[in-house]
Write a protein that binds this ligand. Structure first.
Ligand SMILES: [Zn+2]
Length: 326
């Protein structure tokens, strides 16, 4: 039942649950590890009429599942034009789960990216988790475990997904894209936190264009031919501007690695500080901070560190950006 080779351990853990299922599972890991595919395989296996180790793929339940028409399977997604899952959606889900199963087996609900629930949706979900309807299994997925209330997390059994080794990821990617150069595959993986599916998407979308554009923009900043505001305006036009954070993060990793191999001991602490700022900035971005200011501040800090200066504090206080300018 393993949709991807790096999920073998998770599959083995799930297999061991057979016959004594809990009522809620929480799948966690970064984007690009195939959480959705795994969750759907779990659901199909639970609904299949002949399942032993995994879904048979032949029975009427499996066929209905594939056609998205199985009456005992409910998937909750963010509605079009909305940013988050609302309380009404969760209430409707709970009501459907209270009804008896149509086909006499389990009722399975898949709730994706639970971090995008608003607080009343969390409360409604908590009620369902506290008093789970009979014969019901909830499968939750999240890319950001730290954004979920502890009360939700503690009521689920966790399945944690980790990226495969660089070697395994690269081998898998090379199979998917045999015509691409190994160096490019490595760069794609590094920029996508080692997540093979994210790297694959990046390569299919010719992400290297943005990589090159970013390098050029930085070069023009160093030479003074573009201002920070212009450069940031360019980045905000990217199809996925949040990729800028990954660019900065990777640049800091490279700088640290270079210093390490050149034995510049002690290593420049400013790069480590900068990494923390990139991570914080990405979180702030997701929490609707002012995007221009956030990227401008990050960019200025990067140039500062590159010149060997310590990070100046007030420029980059996330609270400051959020509170006064958001
Ligand atoms: Zn089946």
């Amino acid at each position: 039942m393993t949709p991807f080779p790096w999920q073998k351990q998770n599959a083995a853990l799930w297999q061991r649950q057979q016959g004594r299922y809990g009522h809620a599972y929480l799948l966690t890991g970064v984007d690009g590890l195939g959480l959705t595919e795994f969750a759907r395989a779990m659901a199909q296996g639970l609904l299949c009429e002949n399942a032993t180790e995994s879904a048979c793929g032949q029975c009427s339940a499996c066929i209905q599942f594939r056609q998205d028409s199985h009456p005992d399977f409910i998937q909750l997604d963010v509605l079009e034009g909305k940013k988050e899952i609302g309380v009404d959606q969760v209430r409707q889900l709970s009501q459907r789960l209270m009804q008896t199963s149509h086909q006499g087996g389990y009722k399975v609900a898949l709730l994706q990216q639970v971090e995008s629930f608003n607080s009343s949706a969390f409360n409604a979900l908590l009620k369902t988790l506290e008093e789970p309807p009979e014969q019901t299994i909830l499968i939750l997925t999240t890319y950001q475990l730290n954004r979920l209330p502890a009360t939700i997390v503690s009521r689920c059994q966790q399945l944690t997904f980790t990226p495969p080794s660089m070697e395994d990821s690269q081998a898998w990617l090379q199979q998917q894209l045999p015509h691409l150069d190994a160096t490019l595959l490595k760069r794609a993986l590094r920029l996508n936190w080692g997540a093979p599916l994210a790297a694959l998407n990046w390569l299919n979308a010719q992400g290297w264009q943005w990589d090159e554009a970013w390098q050029k923009d930085l070069q023009s900043l160093r030479q003074g031919s573009q201002a920070v505001t212009q450069v940031v305006a360019n980045w905000l036009k990217w199809p996925q501007p949040e990729q800028v954070f990954d660019q900065f993060y990777l640049a800091s990793v490279t700088a640290i690695r270079r210093a390490f191999y050149q034995q510049q001991i002690p290593l420049n602490q400013a790069w480590f500080d900068f990494q923390q700022r990139v991570l914080q900035a990405k979180l702030d971005w997701l929490q609707n901070a002012n995007k221009e200011l956030l990227l401008e501040a990050l960019c200025m800090t990067f140039l500062q560190v590159e010149q060997g200066l310590a990070i100046r504090q007030p420029v980059f206080e996330s609270e400051w950006i959020r509170g006064r300018w958001a």
